[in-house]
Write a protein that binds this ligand. Sequence first.
Ligand code: ISE
Length: 337
Amino acid sequence: QDIRVGVIGVGRMGADHVERIARRTKGARVSVVSDYLRETAEKVSATAPGSRVVDTWQEVVAAEDVDAVLIASPGQFHREQVLACIAAGKPVLCEKPLAMNPSDAYDVVLAEREAGHPVVSLGFMRRFDAGYGELKDALEAGDLGTPLLLNCKHRNADVLPGFTDTHMVYDSAVHEIDAISFFLEEPAVSVQTVMPRSTEKAPEGLHDPLLFLFRTASGTVVTDELWVSTDAGYEVRTELVGSLGAATIGQESGLVTTQQADGRWGGTVPADFRPRFAAAYDAEVQAWIAAVADGSNVAPRSATAWDGYVAAAMCEAAEQSLTADGPVEVTLLEQPA
Ligand code: ISE
């Protein structure tokens, strides 16, 4: 019996997930979709045979033909929608971020705690990227020794209109912020912003590029260089410098060609996160469906509601550090038992 998935929000990311579940995910199908633009929902539903459209996200959560919910709406709606899934007892995979502030994220942690069993998976897809997995394995095996530095670069060709410094933190840097939890298994205790002058292509309200410096309690330093209006393409590189050696992932490794005509040598850069992390998204959703099917609801290595809260707490400090003189402390509430 296939897991029937209801999808809330079928813009760029949600439509990509619908296509994935309809075509490639084993043991699942899309049963219901909604979007604040009904027309968009209808278009996307037409690509997933057997799915139907409803007007509101509440109807997706309540639908009898929905066993599990995938949320791909904008971040500011996540708290309310995830809380509704918990209340309905339906496993949910929510796209990052869990919330746009730590207090909203903590509400989700507490509600899941009340429910008494795991319900919430958080869509930090990089945890399912092959390179991320290899680096994690190398760290766990002790091959790299003690982590000293984690150097991250995150570049986008462009961003949607209205993208501000706050989005840079909660939408973009949040990926590296989760990488801190994933690789180092401890949150940052402080964060500092370093602001180079901005590119002339930076949209209004955005400092671009931006550099964040994080420090963990045990003394690892994390550098996160963000540049989201490169015009070039999507690039994510991560280097872990350990006491026994350094390891780098995310180097472009696709087809490299020699262009005889103009004397160029090289490859291409993916346009955005969909092609770059296609395999990671596939693996993430497949692992989630397997976890829903076996009743554990949250796949091994998946980010949890707690990871989402910790990320939000680090994001809050990162956002404050945009206008602070020195490092800003990260404060964390206690993890409920
Ligand atoms: C977007 O929301 C993502 O999640 C992408 O991975 C990131 O590169 C981009 O900057 C965000 O806006």
